[in-house]
Ligand binder design. Structure first.
Ligand SMILES: C[C@@H](O)[C@H](NC(=O)OP(=O)(O)OC[C@H]1O[C@@H](n2cnc3c(N)ncnc32)[C@H](O)[C@@H]1O)C(=O)O
Ligand SMILES: Nc1ncnc2c1ncn2[C@@H]1O[C@H](COP(=O)(O)OP(=O)(O)OP(=O)(O)O)[C@@H](O)[C@H]1O
Ligand SMILES: [Fe+2]
Length: 576
């Protein structure tokens, strides 16, 4: 940053009472922290608030003392230009204490107040220390776990945990085995001596869930499985899931930069996996210094400075804290104008650069003219021969046993669901050969372009009907994006169709994330992913979104469409 801004940052969302001074001229960050350590169990909100009450004045005083000592301006001037504080998310009682302290200080020093979103700060500190321009960010913290990417003035949530934060999930397991809080570092230490045992692994598109794996881990412990083996395997599966969704986000955004944020980011195995994944796909990876990963006021001060320079300060009346403050609620004021209107066309499930709609799509990593590197597989296209070969290559970041299992399971499932879908009357590629051991699948080349390069109301309505048919048969596609729909004349099936070979069809491909389910919620989510993909792809999504619903209504159940409205009403999904 070019200005000579100096900012006092205050953090106190849960366990870390922390204050920092950031000096833009030198880029120095001085952090003073005082951690709350529960005597037993996890974090108790009331005890944590008592800790804040007592520790915040102390750390603020130390930070201010540093600010005064290093300030060479007039003695009558305040030693900082603004006070930035964590406005949320976090524990209400803790946040309120921090808010009160920040307001009092801003009045005493007669400087403005800056309200910082703690999760955006976890992200921005990585962008700041890496110098990356527009990275995808994986926030792996105690109470959260999500992937963020910037588009059109906001950080969009591309994927997130469907239940608890990643650190909290680990901490619950360590409480079960009687270890003190925080559990993450203890799991990391115990994992050193562990061997792999099978545990659940749950990724749905770019979302993921920890509840199944944590129950299984506790059960394994109760059954006498050595705790170090469980710790080792927990790390392999949980961090494998996070790395997989991070790779998916890179592939779909077309970004080649990844930054890590949050307390769990201190884990060496997680960093190793992310770094290896990025190496394998030619992307750059950055993890900030550990002092910037766990909760700390340094990241609040650094983002506070960017916001202050952009004129993004708070009136007292707007300075109330928000325990549920989501990162996608923050209007991003501090990125340059050119940055704000640029880049990623993101939406949950389908994210891309608008110009990349040529056919064939080789944008996500061109190997040669006929190969596409998707998020999961290397796909060899032979349109002339009417053939496609999809190979789920080994991911070296994953434990070999887990890697084998996932590649086999998904290849088998993709083959099975692709055929099942066709039996339900949904056009899909005809399978030629499946080799689960090699994770290789050979099938018919279908369509002429991706749907995203050939959007029309009729085609989208057709996809609505297709999804309804799958759901009627008791399974979901799992990843129905405009990239996973092919459109055009069928190469072989057309004549069998009774047509003249010019009849337009929409094919569903890539069933690797599909699964059997009878939950309305899963069907609604499937529709929602497609809906969001339209929002991310089309200049005028409204008539298309209506068309999907029409198509679905013709064939499927109204209650799924009702649930879709619920899903949209939950607020996570910003579609503007
Ligand atoms: C809202 C805010 O209060 C919250 N903060 C938070 O969760 O603290 P953070 O410092 O980002 O993360 C703490 C978590 O990070 C885990 N952790 C710390 N070191 C770890 C390690 N080496 N391996 C795995 N987990 C680790 C701890 O077990 C704990 O669950 C958040 O950012 O979600
Ligand atoms: N049967 C097919 N006919 C024509 N093109 C295909 C076929 N299968 C795949 N493709 C092309 O290859 C691309 C990648 O294939 P696919 O989606 O199956 O791989 P993936 O690794 O699962 O990708 P991602 O997870 O990124 O969607 C598709 O977007 C499509 O353009
Ligand atoms: Fe945090």
């Amino acid at each position: 940053m070019s200005s000579d801004t100096r900012i006092l940052g205050i953090e106190g969302t849960a366990w870390a009472a922390s204050a920092a001074v950031y000096d833009c001229t030198t880029d120095d960050v001085v952090i003073e922290s005082d951690a709350y350590e529960p005597e037993s169990g996890g974090i108790h909100p009331r005890e944590a608030a008592e800790h804040m009450h007592e520790a915040i004045p102390r750390v603020v005083e130390r930070a201010l003392e540093h600010a005064r000592n290093s300030y060479d301006g007039p003695a009558t001037e305040p030693p900082v230009d603004a006070v930035a504080f964590s406005q949320g998310p976090g524990l209400g009682p803790c946040l309120r204490i921090v808010g009160t302290a920040a307001r009092a200080l801003s009045q005493a020093l007669e400087v403005p107040l800056v309200g910082v979103n703690h999760m955006v700060a976890h992200l921005e500190i990585g962008r700041h220390t890496s110098g990356f321009d527009s990275p995808v960010c994986l926030n792996a913290s105690g109470a959260n776990a999500h992937l963020l990417a910037y588009r059109n003035g906001r950080y969009r949530v591309l994927g997130e945990t469907m239940d608890t934060g990643v650190g909290n999930a680990i901490d619950k397991f360590t409480r079960h085995v009687g270890w003190s809080h925080p559990g993450g570092p203890k799991v990391e230490a115990a994992a050193e001596d562990g061997e792999y045992v099978d545990l659940p692994y749950v990724v749905k598109g770019m979302d993921f869930s920890f509840s199944g794996i944590m129950s299984a881990a506790k059960q394994a412990y109760d059954d006498g499985v050595p705790v170090e083996d469980i710790c080792f395997s927990l790390q392999e599966n949980i961090f494998g899931m996070l790395t997989e969704v991070a790779e998916r986000a890179l592939s779909l955004t077309g970004s080649d930069e990844l930054v890590l944020g949050g307390g769990v980011g201190q884990n060496a195995r997680l960093r190793e996996m992310l770094s290896e994944m990025c190496d394998q796909r030619g992307a750059s990876f950055h993890a900030p210094d550990p002092r910037f990963l766990g909760d700390n006021a340094g990241m609040i001060a650094v983002l506070g400075a960017k916001m202050y320079d952009a004129g993004d300060t708070l009136d007292l009346a707007d300075s109330r804290v928000n325990p549920n403050y989501r990162p996608d609620q923050v209007p991003v004021s501090w990125r340059g104008r050119s940055e704000r209107s640029e880049d990623l066309e993101t939406a949950n499930g389908d994210v891309r650069n608008r110009e990349r709609v040529d056919e064939p799509d080789l944008a996500a990593g061109r190997a040669d003219e006929s190969q596409v590197r998707g998020a999961e597989a290397l796909v060899t296209l032979e349109p002339e021969a009417g053939r496609v070969t999809k190979h789920r290559e080994s991911k070296t970041y994953r434990h070999p046993q887990l890697d084998d299992r996932l590649r086999r399971e998904r290849t088998t499932l993709e083959a099975r669901l692709t055929s099942l879908a066709r039996r339900e009357g949904v056009p899909t590629p005809v399978l030629v050969d499946v080799d689960p051991i090699e994770a290789r699948l050979e099938c018919e080349y279908v369509g002429e372009t991706d749907l995203r390069g050939g959007l029309s109301v009729e085609r989208v309505r057709d996809v609505g009907r297709h999804l309804a048919r799958l759901h009627g048969a008791g399974f979901v596609h799992g990843d129905p994006t405009t990239r996973n729909v092919r459109v055009g004349r069928p190469k072989r099936a057309s004549r069998a169709d009774g047509g003249d070979g010019t009849h337009d069809r929409t094919f569903l491909i890539d069933f690797g994330l599909g699964y059997h389910t009878d939950h309305v919620e899963d069907y609604a989510m499937d529709l929602h992913v497609f809906d969001q993909s339209l929002v991310g792809t089309a200049a005028e999504p409204a008539p298309l979104r209506e068309a999907v619903r029409e198509g679905y209504r013709e064939v499927g159940e109204g209650r799924v469409l009702e649930r879709l409205e619920d899903v949209e009403g939950r607020g996570r999904y910003v579609t503007d």
